[in-house]
Design a protein around this ligand. Sequence first.
Ligand SMILES: Cc1cc2nc3c(=O)[nH]c(=O)nc-3n(C[C@H](O)[C@H](O)[C@H](O)COP(=O)(O)OP(=O)(O)OC[C@H]3O[C@@H](n4cnc5c(N)ncnc54)[C@H](O)[C@@H]3O)c2cc1C
Length: 597
Amino acid sequence: MNRYQAPLRDLRFALYDVLGVEALYARLGFASAQRELMDAVLEEGAKFTQNVLAPLNAVGDREGCTHDAATGAVSAPSGFKQAYAQFVDGGWSGLVAPEAYGGQGLPESFGVALKEMIDAANLAWGNYPLLSHGATEALKQHAEEWQRQVFLKPIVEGRWTGTMCLTEPHCGTDLGLLKTKASPNPDGSFAISGTKIFITAGEHDFTDNIVHLVLARLPDAPAGTKGISLFIVPKMKVGRDGVVGAHNAVRCGSIEHKMGIHGSATCVMHFDSAQGWLIGQPNKGLMAMFTMMNTARLAVGIQGLGLADRAFQNALAYARERLQMRSLSGAKYPDKPADPIIVHPDVRRMLLTCKALIEGSRLLAYHAATLVDILDHGADTEEKKRADELLGFLTPIVKACLTEWGVECTYHALQCFGGHGYIAEHGMEQLARDARITTLYEGTTGIQALDLLGRKIMQLQGAGLLAFLSMIEDFCKQHTDDPALAEFIVPLQDKARQWQTLTLEVGKRAATDADEVGAASVDYLFFSGYVALAYWWARAVAAADASSAASADFRTAKRETARFYFARILPRTLAHAEAIRAGAKPLLALDAALFGL
Ligand SMILES: Cc1cc2nc3c(=O)[nH]c(=O)nc-3n(C[C@H](O)[C@H](O)[C@H](O)COP(=O)(O)OP(=O)(O)OC[C@H]3O[C@@H](n4cnc5c(N)ncnc54)[C@H](O)[C@@H]3O)c2cc1C
């Protein structure tokens, strides 16, 4: 059986010891985010995810969702609806939502810890609240007050859920091509017509109503992305007074059969003059939707992290028990018929790769989430500006690296099981299949890389990178005389310098040939991710050494894992740098017509 144990010790270490959230939350005015309450919430979250969600993970994979072609109704797998009811009863749906709309107003970065546990326990189930969270953010920031009262409150309370309807059959990445139409109605609403595909949680049996956030074009809207508006289209019509009326002209035509996350309904949605309400300004919908997409991008990064952790936990338990062959340097457990496979260097390589990527990623992602809190609740304009630049810079790194590492780690973990990883019994192949979607939805890895290099570095003059480099510099200066940290500080400073040089080199080339950006982007993204993780690993060692709560074993584990990271993972940057320096030519030289010869 595939197990999940919420990693509470490391979650607390990340939040309290490394990121110092207690002081941050106090400064940002989160009165209720006290240690005692946060600890209790983490404990309860662990119980809910371990006991309720985790056992349903395999059920969801086996059963999948079902679609009734006659009515368009969709049923989630057994137990999913009941788990959602428990989630709502426990007050989890509004954990980080504003108190003004019925939420508990806890910090976003604290909610990320709960999210990680949910994703690890049951990624497919977690997609339903994930979409509601994204819709909450978009409505909070862009909707009119009546819209917030009518649509946001029920979502926060968990009575309704949200969706994000962007993709159409002919347009995924390139939303400028979208065709769904919106025509004004005499009562101020709009008639929305078109077909959206791949809509997560587009239809299900958890709640009576579903609030679709739909991108569509108004009559005479300019072509491309400048002519896209955002609309609220509820499944059941809702008036300005909040009274729920008849079924809207929205229907789920079918659901997709897919590689993983079978318990998450992926729907084709038909809008046939459905009643909708404009959110924000006409033709500015993409900007509003980006609020939702940015939240969702961080959230999908966390999905990669959660899956990697669950896979690692199971591989570790297996590697301690599975007896095969003897250690090359002599039997380590002579009383047993063979040694457990954890003695073999190659198995340790796979396990340590997972451990190093997971624990480093946790810090990278949780830190990014604290920037959301600073942006939303900070009082200092300069600090908010810096948080905005850093968050914009880190979001594509978190989304793309954590999901790609999620795929890598689930594969390493499966490999530790040998052939037993490939068969369904241990649940490892499900984790590997489930992880695969995370590098695709919410913008593929390639698109995140273009966002990072093309926009955050080239267009915005690397403001976020400079902010991150100054964090590295500050930390290195602070520990410059600390011999215990020198083994990390020196290579970190070196990598930070290489990062700067590489960025300048890419910028120079791109100034004369735009294809250089596309050619360098994914390698640049990984180079950035690995250096960012080196910074967080150095900080983790420093924080563990300084923490009175950390045991000697905990400190040793952090230091040795950091050593492994610096020695065996960070050198991946060398290959990425070489590939970047090779430039666009090797990629573009072969004529497209000659690829298939
Ligand atoms: C299970 C699932 C759930 C989903 N949930 C939702 C949802 O809730 N709402 C929603 O609106 N959508 C959803 N999607 C859609 C998802 O976001 C898109 O599939 C994704 O953005 C990619 O779009 P596409 O599939 O059309 O691929 P395409 O855009 O056709 O891309 C194909 C390939 O080309 C690459 N590519 C495209 N343009 C460029 C470029 N300029 N430079 C470099 N490479 C490029 C891409 O990286 C990719 O590798 C979901 C998809 C799936 C499979």
